[in-house]
Unconditional design. Structure first.
Length: 382
């Protein structure tokens, strides 16, 4: 059980697959609304969309219940993903399951219902032989990595390093709201402003926040998306921490947060990209790579939801694929255009079902954390 993961495409030997068990609701507070801002407007009518109600100064978070059928089908699909990886010869590790009666978690001045460790790419970054727990941006996910602790501990006992970045307090004033309030950065459609943050006796100003899914790992090189000052502060910390072991390349506002539904490296020299314009946002040394751009998402490939179902991701979520090696890619079976595009580009695709990806904020890359690949800390940019 040796931790070794520097990229997303060399042969995969071990992986952690998240758990969807008892994913029953969303805690909708300012942290949730801010994180999902880009995708909670623009793709549906905002004046009809179920926004967080604030009446008479009541800023208590709403616990938004998810329909039981969706949660059960999500759990079934995640278990099938784990089985598909095992069938390909990959050793699969799992986090602890969130119990159905999990007590609320609390910080300084806030309380939230916890979520299961499903989108585990977010709050952890694997760099070679090091586990780095990254600072969360959503209160309900503050203790999510504790459900991964048994897995992390086994890797640590086998020789891995285990680091935790500074944890934010997560008051309203911890957040740089500039991205959400800058109309030039939104994806289109009417935008409802994030509510004015409330003062807290625990305010310390902007704090570090960064998800592992904001980092594109290419051996010695890390391409990191920065949308606002919370991200910038965290990348500054990461730069000091890794020193000259890695080269960090900052890209700005490629997305609100995650880079992995915009751009994924499928092998050295080849990206899967949402659109060709991403090329101009990258370091010069990466602009000569091949950019594989699939057809626009087919609306009929997604389930039809009611107006009170909370859609958290854009229709481009199916770009969030998982590579088993430089030739083999796990792709949502409901995305025939993407499957055909990758097949035509010489990849072997493995169709796996994932029905409710827009309701739960992630695809196959989000749901997994690759912990052992055969690749080393290669220099792919020189």
């Amino acid at each position: 059980m040796q931790l070794n993961s520097y990229d997303d495409f060399t042969p995969l030997r071990e992986i952690v697959v998240g758990s969807a068990e008892n994913y029953l609701s969303h805690d909708r507070d300012i942290t949730f609304e801010l994180f999902h801002h880009d995708n909670m407007r623009g793709f549906r009518s905002d004046w009809a969309y179920p926004r967080l109600a604030i009446a008479d100064g009541d800023r208590t978070a709403q616990n938004w219940i998810i329909k039981r059928r969706y949660t059960e089908e999500l759990h079934e699909d995640v278990e099938n993903l784990a089985a598909a990886l095992a069938a390909l010869g990959v050793t699969v590790h799992r986090p602890l399951a969130l119990p159905p009666d999990a007590a609320p978690i609390a910080g300084l001045g806030w309380q939230a219902a916890p979520t299961p460790a499903l989108n585990i790419r977010d709050n952890t970054l694997i760099l070679g032989d090091e586990i780095i727990e990254t600072p969360p941006a959503i209160r309900s996910r503050y203790l999510e990595t504790r459900l991964l602790s048994p897995v992390f501990r086994r890797y640590y006992e086998a020789g891995a390093r285990w680091t935790t970045m500074p944890r934010p307090t997560l008051t309203d004033h911890s957040f740089d709201l500039s991205y959400a309030r800058d109309a030039a950065t939104t994806l289109g459609g009417p935008t409802e402003s994030i509510a004015d943050p409330q003062h807290s006796p625990y305010d310390i100003g902007f704090e570090m926040m960064l998800d592992g899914a904001q980092v594109l790992r290419l051996g010695r090189d890390l391409v990191i998306n920065i949308a606002q000052d919370n991200h910038r502060m965290a990348v500054d910390w990461l730069q000091r921490h890794v020193g000259n072991r890695y080269r960090i390349h900052r890209v700005y506002r490629m997305a609100d947060n995650h880079i992995d539904s915009m751009l994924l490296a499928l092998r050295p020299g080849a990206f899967l990209a949402r659109h060709e314009g991403i090329r101009d946002m990258l370091p010069e040394s990466l602009r000569s790579w091949k950019f594989i751009v699939p057809p626009e998402p087919d609306p009929s490939a997604f389930p039809i939801y009611d107006d009170n179902d909370l859609v958290l991701t854009s229709p481009y979520i199916d770009l969030n694929v998982l590579s088993v090696d430089e030739n083999t890619v796990l792709v949502n079976e409901d995305c025939p255009g993407l499957l055909k595009t990758l097949d035509a580009s010489g990849f072997t695709t493995v169709p796996v079902r994932h029905r409710h990806r827009r309701l739960f904020g992630g695809g196959f890359h989000c749901f997994t954390l690759d912990t052992r690949r055969t690749g080393a800390c290669e220099d792919y940019l020189s």
